[in-house]
Unconditional design. Structure first.
Length: 456
């Protein structure tokens, strides 16, 4: 019998194997060496933003907490790990009983971040913390990349709604996560039905060019769509001749057509021409929706056009050129012995271009007298002191193994709008620039150099 037939294929209801081989070989070696239960603190953070970006958006928190709940090594998983010699019998026994029992703090979902922000603090044993590394990074790197791109798009769109339409441009399960992330960062809806079922993201959709081409002519196609979906539907008008299609849509709905969608050509020019035609036909309430490989720069360029909404696909689900945030997960403190009450000591990488800052972190956002963010202040070993309007950034997510940080998606969505509004105006510039606020570190000796500061 082949190995694959012994273990699957099957959809295993666990997230425990969404991990890298070396996480379990480290566990195996630490168990054998007697250091696996040493008190340790891990930190998930980013050393830099994608080139030219001025802020990022934290996303994936809720998905990470769901993944933690399902992080169990079942019999099928353990059989695979033993049969392939990833783990030995002792490690297998430890994994069979695995239940995370530590504490996790993190930036809440929808919050903005800058280089060095300690987005997640995992306080546990080395063994418990190390096995979570890959799945946490996988979720945070993907979802935060999508949310960061989505935030720039919705900022450029202003009051005009954006709809996520990228399912066919990415892996099928990534599409569901992308729809969720986009909604948190201000998108109004998604075309992805699984995102609607799983996360209650509002869904939208009408028809594609194939529906028009299915029928004998545009009139037949439009009549069928209107009969099924009502006069408030959105007609795709660029299959043949845009202006003729607009006239036809208005005529068939007696001027009550909900919207038209433009999916090709010079969208700014076409939108202007279509708006003039609609108004001349008395359909002043008919909206104009534009699609066709939009990104934040296209949306910004269309700000002066008579556009009522945007549908965004490929650029969104690929992070608008930056499909990962480059987050890392590093051990930043560990006990100086295996004794239960041993004091923590800071540890950090010193590698060129991969430096990290050791020590358990505490973070607040310093605001000026007008409520505008001006600094990310990070205390090492102890919380930094704030004033009347500074905000603590780390909140409890898991306490003694129990998830305590779950919240409705709407809470993350509202938080994002508030935190983005706190940023200086420069945050919304599309031109290349440095992080919109600086990061400062404090320890017992005062302020430290920031290793993530842009190089001059």
């Amino acid at each position: 019998m082949s190995l694959s037939s012994q273990w699957g294929p099957s959809e295993i209801p666990t997230t425990a194997l969404l991990t890298d081989h070396y996480e379990l070989t480290m566990l195996r070696a630490a168990l054998q060496a007697g250091t696996a239960n040493r008190h340790s603190v891990f930190e998930l953070f980013g050393r830099r933003l994608p080139t030219g970006r001025r802020y990022g958006v934290v996303c994936g928190v809720g998905r990470a907490l769901r993944a933690l709940r399902a992080f169990r090594f079942d019999d099928e998983s353990l059989r695979f790990l033993r049969d392939t010699d990833v783990v030995d019998a002792a490690t297998s026994d430890w994994l069979a009983d695995f239940r995370f029992s530590g504490d996790i703090w993190g930036y809440p979902e929808g919050e903005v971040y800058v280089p060095g922000s300690p987005l997640l603090i995992v306080d546990s044993t080395f063994a418990e913390g190390v096995v979570l590394e890959t799945v946490l990074l996988s979720i945070y790197n993907h979802d935060s990349a999508i949310a960061s791109a989505a935030s720039r798009m919705t900022a450029m769109a202003g009051d005009r709604p954006c709809i996520e339409m990228g399912s066919r441009r990415t892996q099928e399960l990534a599409a569901v996560a992308a729809a969720r992330a986009a909604y948190i960062a201000g998108f109004e809806a998604t075309s992805n039905l699984e995102a609607g079922r799983r996360y209650h993201v509002p869904t939208r959709g009408t028809s594609a060019h194939s529906f028009t081409l299915l029928h004998g002519d545009e009139s037949e196609a439009f009549r069928a769509q209107i009969a099924a979906l009502g006069e408030d539907t959105t007609l795709l008008v660029d299959t043949y001749d845009v202006m003729n299609a607009v006239r036809l849509g208005v005529e068939l709905t007696h001027g009550r057509l909900g919207a038209v969608r433009l999916d090709s050509g010079d969208l700014g020019l076409l939108a202007t021409q279509v708006r003039e035609l609609l108004d001349s036909l008395g359909a002043k309430q008919t909206r104009i929706i534009v699609t066709s490989d939009l990104d934040e720069w296209n949306i910004a360029a269309l700000s002066g056009a008579p556009v009522d909404g945007y549908g965004v696909g490929t650029a969104l689900v690929t992070g608008s050129g930056h499909p990962t945030c480059g987050f890392v997960y590093k051990l930043v403190a560990r006990a100086d012995s295996d004794e239960p009450d041993a004091p923590l000591v800071s540890v950090a990488k010193k590698s060129i271009d991969k430096v990290s800052v050791g020590g358990r972190k505490y973070a607040l956002r310093r605001l000026d007298d007008h409520g505008v963010a001006e600094l990310e202040l990070i205390g090492i070993g102890a919380p930094p002191s704030g004033d009347h309007n500074d905000r603590d950034l780390l909140v409890p997510l898991v306490s003694k193994g129990e998830v305590v940080g779950e919240e409705p998606l709407e809470a993350a969505r509202e938080r994002h709008l508030r935190s983005r509004a706190e940023l200086p105006q420069e945050a919304l510039k599309m031109s290349r620039g440095e992080p919109v606020i600086d990061t400062a570190y404090l320890d017992d000796h005062g302020r430290l150099d920031n290793p993530y500061a842009p190089r001059v």
